[in-house]
Design a protein around this ligand. Sequence first.
Ligand SMILES: Nc1ncnc2[nH]cnc12
Length: 591
Amino acid sequence: MRIRPIAEDSYLRLIRTARRMEPATCWIKGANVLNVYTREWLTAHVVLAGERIAYVGDAEPIVDERTQIIEGEGYWLVPGYIEPHAHPFQWYTFDSLTDFALATGTTTLVSDTLHLTTSLSLEQVEAILQQLTNHPVKQFFWARLDPQIRLAKQSEAFQKDGLARLLAHPLVLQGGEITDWTGFLAENEEILFGMKHARDVGKRIEGHHPGASASTLAVAAAAGITACHESITAEEVQNRLRLGMYATLRHSSIRPDLPELLAGMKRLGIPFHSSRLMLTSDGSTPPMLRHGFTDYLIKLAIDAGVPDVDAYAMATVNPAQYYGLDAEIGGIAPGRIADILFLRSPHEPTPEKVIANGELWAEGKKLLRQTPKINWSDYRFPQPKERLPLVNEEWFQFPEISPDEPYPLIQMENAVITRVVYERLECDETGRINFDAHPDLAQIVTIDPESGKRSQAIVRGFAVNLQALASSYTVSTDMIVIGREPKAMKQALERVLELGGGIVAMEEGQICFEQELALAGKMSDESMAELIESGEAFVRFMRAKGYRYLDPIYSLFFFQATHLPYVRMTAEGLYDVKKSVVIKKSAPLFE
Ligand SMILES: Nc1ncnc2[nH]cnc12
């Protein structure tokens, strides 16, 4: 597959430059160049004709006064990195993630379309995908087959016609990730249609199989799933590879698994030079990006003992091959698009310079000029204040309980996994839960203006003595409010609505944390540097409030995500995912 067609005159120029009949546009003189195909470092000249590589080797090119000559001595050149599994909406936007990626050497992203497809028409989604291709980072996408929440509004992207339309889109490289495995097993029509269709139109299908046995994975492979990024042990990596799947090794803000996975793989003798290994940061939230992006993962791999050439291959030629793009990207070789990173040492994957499409775009982790941006105001995401003009303090009244009857609690096991436990709780004189006797508990309320429903439950493990936190940053289009003070919970939600979306915490009537996320309630147009600072401030705030797990940002995001075990907040109420039963029903917002 080709990334884009080549103009006739550019094609001729490429051939003539390769034949040394025409001058190079750029000559990188005598650098150490990684050959990802033979996995060796070779001293070579790299010669460009416009956006493509014309020649790599010993011969000097023809030059003229317009040839840009870059002294390659002392540099180690590697191909631009490829992130095969991005979720570009974790506070950052598609734009700010791409800028950050470019500055740190990732020149291709394959991205989730989730919050576009749940909020916009397919025409608008397609217009955004098309606009994103103006960015120097090459961008491709996946068509989700399920929205990861129960009783999702029937957005057209998840109907058969919509799925077929998205899967036919030239920028969409795969279907998935298949998070609704229960739906697959129940032979859900749309999911099976989407998988078969992806397969029939020659696209990849990505799985999502945490903890799956070899026999479950075998079913997934039979159904056409070709990669999965959910291995958390080396044995799970091995199971995937043995089935002919690609295993994407993940290091993310909720699962920072890479060093352990690699140590286990060494123990099992899984070859690091396998072409079926890729790396992903799987939508890490801003604080994790303090360390970098794909460059950070490669560094971790090298530090864990992976030979440097194999670590680079995991983030370049392997994903390029997986997506059928290796004639275009993933290597420094003739005919490829010139995405070239200049490193100071093979053990230091953060590039000093980044060439993308034959042009120098970044130096010292800074972009040299503005990249094309999406004009987000052209796209009408539902406005929180219009969806929910009135907030009622009653929604946050504590539930009446009986001190003799065990009450269902959401017990957090880690940042995203929850269980239901039943406990007797102390009540006050009004028959409502006495939160003073239970400092580690908080009320959690989700609000869905479209269905006019609110779900209410009690959570343990999120925070201690938390007065109020409201968030439009959720996996769905709902709002979530957590806390112990109904008045403060109302105020926090009102502030989120006023911001047009975001996360707000209140203490003693004062805002003590605030992050605007006015784009779809999930993203802000602040720079990545600002979002990293703010994300770190949020983590500090939550730690001070007793949060003990890895990533409070993802905790908020996933309280409703029914692809995760074991209890979730849904429009129907508190829901047991394994048993498929509602534990506690939702209530109407307005009687
Ligand atoms: N399944 C998922 N959906 C949306 N964002 C994610 N980030 C990591 N996993 C995700």
